[in-house]
Design a binder for this molecule. Structure first.
Ligand SMILES: Cc1cc2nc3c(=O)[nH]c(=O)nc-3n(C[C@H](O)[C@H](O)[C@H](O)COP(=O)(O)OP(=O)(O)OC[C@H]3O[C@@H](n4cnc5c(N)ncnc54)[C@H](O)[C@@H]3O)c2cc1C
Length: 497
């Protein structure tokens, strides 16, 4: 079986790795990976500059989703996995130029602790009263739109009011997804909250019940023998996991495992056709027929390529919105800064009218990746509402970040900072898929169209999770399904989309 992989981001690389394993294990298959750029990894890229790890794209993955750490271990990177420094995990929201910490007990946008919420300067008195009364929120009944998708902003506003959207949902979602709470789908982005609402009515009651159930299953609630056995193996897990040497380590380790002759860089696929003999792929004049395709490019590229094969599929793929972002890394001498507040960094609500969406205090979030005496700030700009920034020169973007850092952190901390030791800017145009309202229905439609096109697999961040672990999971699943098909088993068993 001949397989073409289109796109060498983490999803395409994970697919290639799985196919390479199957091939080495004797499966009758060959693969070719086409990547438009002159390097592999897509959004994953990092570099070590003056001893500091600078992440250009993602800096870590969620520990809770195992696919990324599993792959790292398989690649021999187990000892390189680095947990986030959760003892110092604290995040601030910028409100009128001041850093206000997120109240203790906040879980997935849901306040679960009365006293910290009541004392938090993040919310006005009327929002706090509303948050208390939310405990009485009735479940949504059929006929009240309980089966309809809605935006994250609409869900949060129905429960906690507009200020909770402005001070919580908007900054968290623009900081994480580069997205807009009024566009993102509650069902796709916050499925747990949607389920809690239908069951409990109140999200706070639902979250407290989930927390109680989790505690009931935790070691403290079991017998002493059980407890000591679990204590030895289950240290509390950090929220995020990074690689000591940066995300490029994962890209390099994957690349090293692939057959060099099967990788084609600077080779954008320009056309795909369905041919009686399979799939005809044109990569800049290099034309070949393949039995199967793993399309691991962004959905908007997949749309353009597949439109002539199935215009309905092309239209659905083209309708998936994307946001662009920019990361700016600045290295400073700590001695020139005033004392930074504790924590990992801050998020900026759109209502503050700034270019920065978020800023990570890199030297705090992951220990040991910055030389002693140095501070690294990693700012995010762009997002759905500020795409125009992408066209600005590096010097202008760096100046914006320095000015906004000074205004937000104040002269006491940043006034004497002076010139940074080092600066680095990365642009990520249309890199982050947005799961807009109706995303699940769109996925069903796409899956139905794909099921009529044997051998076609769509993987990447546009479909079933935007994080690195989800992209790895989909890429590997598609490849396993093809390897099974090559071995004569049911081919569509593990179709990812
Ligand atoms: C700034 C930023 C920060 C992020 N932070 C995190 C984080 O901390 N944790 C986390 O889990 N996730 C994070 N993400 C999300 C995550 O990194 C991405 O969702 C994931 O890496 C996407 O992988 P992918 O393989 O689907 O797509 P991509 O990485 O976009 O790869 C697609 C590849 O297809 C190639 N391509 C495009 N057109 C063609 C063509 N015609 N022919 C051949 N190749 C083509 C592209 O060049 C690219 O290399 C972040 C993303 C960004 C941009």
């Amino acid at each position: 079986m001949r397989i073409a992989i289109i796109g060498g981001g983490i999803a395409g690389l994970a697919a290639a790795f799985e196919l390479e394993k199957a091939r080495a294990g004797g499966a009758d298959l060959e693969y070719a990976l086409f990547e438009a750029r002159d390097r592999l990894g897509g959004s994953l890229a990092s570099q070590i500059v003056d001893g500091a790890v600078l992440e250009f794209g993602p800096d870590s993955f969620l520990t809770e989703k195992p696919a990324a750490a599993e792959l790292c271990r398989e690649l021999g990177l187990g000892s390189e996995l680095l947990p986030s420094n959760d003892a110092q995990r604290k995040t601030y929201i910028v409100v009128h130029n001041r850093l206000v910490s997120l109240p203790d007990g906040l879980m997935f946008l849901v306040p679960t602790k009365l006293v910290p919420t009541a004392l938090s300067p993040l919310f006005s008195l009327s929002t706090k009263v509303r948050m208390g009364l939310e405990l009485l929120h009735p479940p949504r009944r059929a006929g009240q739109g309980s089966n309809e998708d809605e935006s994250v902003a609409a869900l949060v506003e129905r429960h906690y009011g507009a200020e909770a959207v402005d001070h919580l949902a908007d900054p968290l979602l623009s900081g994480i997804y580069g997205g807009d709470a009024s566009q993102l789908s509650a069902r796709s982005v916050l499925p747990r909250l949607v389920e809690m609402e239908s069951r409990y009515g109140s999200l706070t009651r639902g979250m407290l019940a989930a927390h109680r159930q989790m505690r009931a299953r935790s070691p403290e609630s079991t017998g002493p023998a059980d407890r000591s056995r679990r204590d030895a193996t289950q240290a509390p897990r950090a929220l995020f996991t990074a690689l000591r040497g940066g995300m490029q380590q994962l890209v390099d380790a994957l690349s090293a495992r692939l057959d060099a002759g099967s990788i084609h860089l600077s080779a954008p696929v320009t056309a795909i056709e369905k041919d009686p003999g399979g799939w005809r792929v044109d990569a800049g004049g290099f034309v070949r027929i393949y039995d199967a395709l793993v399309v691991a490019s962004p959905a908007w590229v997949a749309a353009a390529l597949l439109n002539s094969v199935d215009s309905e599929l092309g239209a659905e793929l083209a309708a998936i919105p994307y946001s662009s972002s920019i990361t700016v890394n600045l290295i400073y001498d700590e001695a020139r800064l005033g004392p930074l507040p504790d924590g990992f960094g801050f998020l900026v609500p759109p209502s503050e009218g700034r270019s920065m969406l978020a800023c990570t205090f890199v030297h705090r979030k992951f220990l040991g990746r910055t030389p002693p005496g140095k501070a690294v700030f990693r700012a995010f700009l762009g997002g759905m509402k500020n795409e125009a920034l992408l066209g600005e020169p590096d010097s202008a973007l760096i100046a914006i970040v320095r000015r906004e850092l000074r205004e937000i952190l104040g002269d006491r901390i940043f006034g004497q900072a002076g010139e940074p030791d080092c600066t680095q800017v990365s642009r990520w145009p249309r890199a982050m898929a947005q799961y807009s309202v109706g995303h699940k229905r769109r996925m069903e439609h796409i899956a139905a169209r794909v099921s009529t096109l044997p051998g076609l697999h769509l993987v990447g961040n546009a479909y079933d999770g935007i994080g690195i672990p989800d992209c790895i999971r989909l890429g590997r699943q598609a490849a396993r399904s093809l390897a099974l098909a090559a071995a004569g088993a049911e081919p569509e068993l593990l179709r990812p989309v």
